[in-house]
Write a protein that binds this ligand. Sequence first.
Ligand code: SF4
Ligand code: SF4
Length: 258
Amino acid sequence: MGEQRDDRTETADTGYEDAACGYCPPTIRACRQGQDEERGPAWCPTHVDPEGLAEARPLYDAPDTLRVAQESARVESEGYCRWTRVEEICAFAKRMGYRRIGIASCISFVDHARTLMDILESHGLEAVSTACKTGGVAKESIGLRDDEKIRPGGHESMCNPISQAEVLNRAGCEFNVVMGLCVGHDSLFYRHSKALVTTLVTKDRVLAHNPVGALALADSYYSRVYGPDRPAKPPKRPRRHRAAAPAAAVEVEAPTTR
Ligand code: SF4
Ligand code: SF4
């Protein structure tokens, strides 16, 4: 415990400027108990950006935001470790009083999108879905060369997430579900969707759409995910200012379930 306190008191001395919760040891993670101000490490957001936290808090007071925060927390606890994400989506949509649900899927997820449409409709919801190749627009129209296509030499439709968002916006969808859009394509969809968005499937062609596998096995089968600057020994402190920080040992214990 003494060493954890040392982490906290480094703030002023070492000048950590960026939040780095990823480096918070399992023995601390004090925000769970509402004790991050007292026990959080020097790189805890509570210490490096208290103004940011203070500015964020009142945003929950907007009635529509408050409702989302409340209902998502209720879904979390009601179905905790029992409901699949599909069931959570249905429960959240019903609790929010949504009627029309949009699905933005990869073209290779159209069959799964159909299953989700059936499930949503079985709960009394209306489902609208668009696939990513909607519009059939050639990749050349956004400046790609033929040799930058997956299979050069023929027509290849661009992924069209802005059109997907527009179609779902115009259909009056109140909540949208992403299924398997690629990195960056999903980002454009999130940016252009007028409705709130959740992700049901995260595209990872190598890991059966379970991208966390690359992190779980980053020290073994998937060590190739690291770049050339991987340190020989895993650091215990965030990269920035690490050299200036006193080398306090950090205990590692098994994390709790939440
Ligand atoms: S205690 Fe602070 S640094 Fe640790 S996980 Fe919580 S917010 Fe992040
Ligand atoms: S670009 Fe991505 S989302 Fe679109 S078809 Fe290809 S894999 Fe699917």
